[in-house]
Ligand binder design. Sequence first.
Ligand code: SAM
Ligand code: SF4
Length: 323
Amino acid sequence: MLLDGFGRRVDYLRLSVTDRCDLRCSYCMPQGFKGYEEPAHWLSFDEIERLLGVFARLGLRRVRLTGGEPLLRRNLPDLARRLAALPGIDDLSLSTNGTQLAKHAAHLRKAGITRLNVSLDSLERERFQSICRRDALPQVIDGLEVARSEGFRSIKINMVALAGTTDAEIDAMVAYCMERRFVLRLIETMPMGETGRSAGFLDLRPVRERLRERFGLIDGVVPGGGPARYLVAPDGSFQIGFITPISQHFCETCNRVRLGVDGTLHLCLGQNDSVDFRTPLRSGCTDAGLEEMLRAALHAKPWRHEFRERPQQIIRAMSATGG
Ligand code: SAM
Ligand code: SF4
């Protein structure tokens, strides 16, 4: 079991397989962004498999593929198959914006991905386009329908709650998810990069109380639900999670770290502490050496983010970290 310096068990990795994306969500990637990692710096599938194999021997149990947009990385199902086969890894999931899901869903399911998170901020085509800066809502809806037919264990919709924008659509999104048995998660914006800082922050606590009343929901616990606080329908037919890093942070139960496409291990979303794993992977470091480095890195994991106290300090966008 891998414990950090505060005794928290870290068994979950969010693995960014690319920092590129086909959308430009206003709270995430700056328009005209050019600061991508060079392809020569991307960890290869062999390097990822080796590092995660060492991590799994230390206690890693769950991996989520993310990005950027992970479906832009060529042959992703091949990587998924290799990671699903690693001894110790018992949960492999994917976060995607859904634009290419229709094409890839069947291959991903066959490769061993069991759970999907799909970002969807709006069901109105124009609003979607103005937030994500591409007219891609029909592709995302199509991708979700194909994914539904592929039998994933769970499909969650991630909706970023933006004051004065998506807040008007929360009830419509609840109805959409209820009808399709999707789990809905509302997310508060985090001040990551200039884009994250300028997004309209919405405190989700009053939203949660309003939805509780309006839809007759009760407090619930969802296995594998991560840091979200859930409300559920009394008959279990619907679940909605609230990810509230700003209004009610959940750092005391943090169980995760993030690996960037360039092999940088980010120890906390809201701090700059990180460790470079690409150099040792490419300069003959042994598995025992990697193990030692992972233990030391985890030991240095910060206690909590300081998004409220120091909102200016994170200059990297979410897309560069593996959100
Ligand atoms: N491209 C994929 C997607 O959109 O699901 C995966 C990567 S994306 C960075 C992962 C999640 O981060 C998405 O649900 C997105 O809404 C969220 N996100 C991005 N920037 C954010 C910010 N500043 N605050 C809160 N959530 C953010
Ligand atoms: Fe791309 Fe996801 Fe960021 Fe949107 S949230 S710009 S889809 S990485």
